[in-house]
Ligand binder design. Structure first.
Ligand code: HPA
Length: 274
């Protein structure tokens, strides 16, 4: 079955389950799922029930879609994502975003946990993605030759919408929340970067280091949605601090930033729509 036909099945299934038509979609990375707790009029759909969704093989990490309202805005929140390093294709990892856009999402918010190339940045910093460098060696549009999915040779100027970044910056400034802004470098993983790779990323204009998000951003853009990307800085990259990285440290740092991040995200969402 081709991707478009799959997408139509996924859309029909979700429309049959959901009372709301979501206008904003958010993909929440590791440890950030708690944002969904702020929604009202909630419907939850486990990923394994949704036709053509990929489910993470890690026990307890299957993921779920939570749809509800933030203020008056209907929102869909993807709690958990699958990654290229789990063996899925770029088309596969970005499928939930494609489904969100097919359902009518106008704004797609992508979040992730990331390392940084800068010694003066700290775990707990929040970075607005102003651009990305895709070092993953693959692309979400590979193999897709179907006008119904959108443009094949997709323009990537302003992939992360300048107006949305502006709204977020004003919102944060008014509340005294410091934000950083920078370029997210996506690696394949699941090993962290070498010291030389971190140096390369810094030399080439990168600020943050991660293993997700860029394929979803490309897909959202292809569907015509506006994209906002946010990185939670969880650690200094390899060689930037003297200590080796661990997944435990990354998860712990993502959890710690919780309160600030949830206030920022849930507060700004109602202001993102035209
Ligand atoms: N590198 C890549 N991905 C990550 C990192 C990192 O340092 N921290 C969290 N995700």
């Amino acid at each position: 079955m081709d991707l478009y036909a799959q997408l139509m099945e996924t859309k029909a299934y979700l429309q049959s389950k959901l009372a709301l038509k979501p206008r904003v979609a958010a993909v929440l990375g590791s440890g950030l799922g708690f944002v969904a707790k702020r929604l009202t009029e909630v419907t939850e759909v486990p990923y394994e029930d949704i036709p053509h969704f990929k489910v993470s093989a890690v026990p307890g990490h299957a993921g779920k879609l939570v749809v509800g309202k933030l203020g008056e805005v209907p929102v869909m929140v993807f709690c958990g994502r699958v990654h290229l390093y789990e063996g899925y294709s770029a088309v596969g990892v970005s499928y939930p975003v494609r489904a969100a856009v097919a359902l009518g999402a106008e704004v797609v918010i992508l979040t992730n946990a990331a390392g940084t190339v800068w010694p003066h940045w700290s775990a707990g910093d929040i970075m607005i993605m102003k651009d990305h460098i895709n070092f993953q060696g693959t692309n979400a549009l590979i193999g897709l030759d179907d006008d119904r999915l959108g443009e094949r040779f997709l323009d990537m100027t302003d992939i992360y919408d300048a107006a949305l970044r502006g709204v977020l910056k004003s919102f944060a400034m008014a509340r005294g929340i410091d934000l950083r802004e920078g370029v997210y470098c996506a690696f394949l993983g699941s090993s962290y970067e070498t010291k030389a790779e971190v140096r390369m990323a810094r030399t080439l204009g990168g600020d943050a280091l991660g293993m997700s998000t860029v394929q979803e951003a490309i897909t959202a853009r292809q569907g015509g949605a506006r994209v906002l990307g946010l990185s939670i800085i969880t650690n200094l990259g390899s060689g930037v601090s003297g200590t080796p990285l661990s997944h435990g440290e990354v998860k712990e740092a993502a959890n710690k930033v919780g309160g600030k991040f949830i206030d920022l995200l849930t507060g700004v969402i109602p202001e993102l729509l035209d």
